[in-house]
Design a protein. Structure first.
Ligand SMILES: Nc1ncnc2c1ncn2[C@@H]1O[C@H](COP(=O)(O)OP(=O)(O)O)[C@@H](O)[C@H]1O
Ligand SMILES: [Mg+2]
Lengths: 291, 249
């Protein structure tokens, strides 16, 4: 009886895995299939390196160059990660080394809660609070890459904080007793042992966060201005995800514009793919080292 | 024979559950003192009390005092106290650095030694623990790559780098093979020329081989103490007899 149940369960799990794999394969296939026709009219080089995005011929000829969007995506993601990193390292040090068990058990759920807030809410708060601030600072409409990076950074905080503090806590529990028994101060041990030992895991968390940031659409779109410009901190910019979200609804089915948006999706997918490869390589090296 | 450490009416409890009950004992200088007793009787707790760790544990209520050379350890700063009283744990706990950096960690924290001094100190403690020949060619190797026995000897070496007067060891050989155990026992016998050693051990034969003085703890109380010959030859207390004959443990 138990054996039959086990076997049925195994089959069920295998089937579910196969379905998800098939769904993923289908999505990739579909995106690639819809993207490829574009390259009959536009060269890959012009598409990736061109700065003019003119999907409809109002004035002059159409043009599909997504260089600025790629740059925008990368720029805002890395800027957000850098902004968030320092803050989350500080929080992680507090959570792992200063907070008592009780404080930790209170704070972790709050951090998890932050991760559950829908991104449109972050975007809304960004518009109401951040853009006003930016206007005071002299940015015309307030929308700019910096505002988007800040909103995105806040959205990344829960992931970075919990990722960093967990790996620090693990290292602290492993190495602090021995250092303590030598009479060495907690802060010295933190800087010399805990953070260096946790560093690789922190790096992994960072890469993961960049991956998340690159796919984030709504909140970024709401505060970044969405103009096809090369990203500057206080200028407007637009991400790949934003272009797709903004224009997919109006692109005529089967047009070059439609295919170009799919091609942009493919580029975004490739970027995330690269990130994922980086993560698995890093993880493999980490595991090798731990044994 | 001078008594370097005096434990006076020491009691400790966790959440109202007593772990040490009114212990008064003395540790002789430049001798090996073994603490024996069934597991859970408070041996590790007593060691943590001696180098002051117990007082900073959140869940522990402690009373009584420990004197080091006549000075109450509560009046000595934790750094100073633990530099003078080293502690080696049951499971080897090398830091995730190279072998060499494990040995410079303490000295660099407590002083400003020159490179040559660091090097000399590292070699000295490695030779003392019999590790030198095994690792002299890869001092840059990660300490985590050493075998269990080598790691434990490295931890003893690391404790020695800051030149403590007293070395506490909490069942240092419980996870080691015969060969490494033997090396460590010889090392401890060497060491008592200029250091005091306190070793917690579950291994009665080991205590018999190396100890000068023995403390027998039972359910948090110090039931019996005495010179090793006396205590092993004619234990006075019924529980001690039972423990030594292997009936409790
Ligand atoms: N950190 C702690 N929290 C709660 N109880 C503890 C703690 N450390 C030790 N104890 C308790 O104190 C008693 C003595 O423990 P310990 O000194 O580790 O014994 P031994 O080393 O002789 O096996 C045990 O009953 C143990 O459960
Ligand atoms: Mg113990």
């Amino acid at each position: 009886m138990k054996k039959a149940f086990d076997r049925a369960f195994t089959v069920l799990i295998a089937a579910l895995t196969a379905v998800s794999a098939a769904a993923l394969a289908f999505v990739i296939f579909f995106i690639v299939k819809e993207a490829l026709p574009l390259f009959e009219t536009v060269s890959l080089k012009d598409f990736l390196l061109g700065q003019r995005w003119m999907p409809i011929a109002y004035t002059g000829s159409v043009s599909f160059g997504i260089a600025n969007f790629i740059a925008g995506t990368l720029y805002v993601s890395f800027a957000a990660m850098v902004l968030a990193l320092f803050f989350s390292l500080g929080c992680a040090v507090y959570l792992s080394c200063v907070a008592t068990d009780r404080q930790r058990s209170l704070l972790y759920p709050v951090i998890d809660l932050l991760a559950g807030i829908p991104s449109v809410v972050y975007g809304f708060i960004g518009i109401v609070v951040l853009l006003k601030l930016m206007m005071k600072l002299g940015v015309r409409t307030g929308s700019c890459v910096l505002a988007a990076a800040i909103v995105l950074a806040i959205m990344l905080l829960p992931y970075l904080i919990s990722g960093c503090s967990e790996s620090m806590l693990k290292m602290k529990n492993r190495y602090m007793p021995a250092s303590d028994a030598m009479g060495i101060s907690q802060w010295h041990a933190m800087a010399e042992i805990v953070i260096p030992a946790a560093w690789k895991n922190i790096l992994l968390t960072m890469v993961l966060a960049v991956g998340r940031a690159m796919g984030e659409t709504m909140a970024v779109m709401m505060v970044m201005g969405n103009a096809n410009l090369f990203p500057r901190l206080l200028g407007k910019g637009e991400t790949i995800a934003a272009v797709i979200a903004l224009e997919m609804g109006t692109a005529e089915y089967g047009s070059d514009h439609y295919h170009a948006l799919y091609a942009a999706s493919m580029v975004l997918m490739l970027l995330l793919f690269v990130i994922n490869i980086a993560i698995s390589l890093l993880r493999k090296r980490l595991l090798e080292k731990e044994v | 024979m001078d008594q370097i450490i005096k434990i006076q009416q020491l009691s400790a409890s966790y959440d109202g559950k007593p772990a040490l009950k009114n212990i008064t004992a003395e540790i002789p200088e430049n001798r090996i003192t073994a603490i024996i007793g069934p597991s859970g009787c408070g041996k590790s707790t007593l060691l943590r009390a001696i180098n002051g760790l117990l007082w900073q544990e959140a869940g522990a209520a402690v009373s009584g005092s420990v004197l080091l050379c006549g000075t109450d350890t509560k009046t000595i700063s934790p750094e100073e106290l633990r530099r003078r009283i080293g502690l080696v744990f049951q499971t080897p706990s090398p830091f995730p650095f190279s072998i060499y950096k494990n040995l410079t960690y303490g000295p660099l924290y407590f002083g400003h030694p020159t490179k040559a001094q660091l090097q000399a100190r590292a070699e000295e403690v490695l030779k003392a623990t019999g590790l030198y020949e095994e690792v002299k060619n890869d001092m840059k190797k990660s300490a985590l790559k050493l075998s269990g026995g080598q790691q434990q000897r490295l931890c003893i070496a690391r404790a020695l780098t800051v030149d403590p007067q007293v070395l506490l060891l909490d069942e240092p050989c419980s996870a080691l093979d015969v060969k490494n155990t033997q090396i460590i026992e010889e090392l401890l016998l060497q060491m008592k020329k200029d250091r005091t050693v306190v070793i917690v051990t579950h291994n009665i034969a080991q205590a018999q081989r190396i100890a000068d003085k023995v403390l027998f703890l039972y359910e948090g109380s110090l039931l019996e103490e005495g010179s090793a010959e006396e205590l092993f030859a004619c234990p006075r207390h019924e529980k001690t007899k039972e423990f030594l004959s292997g009936r409790i443990g």
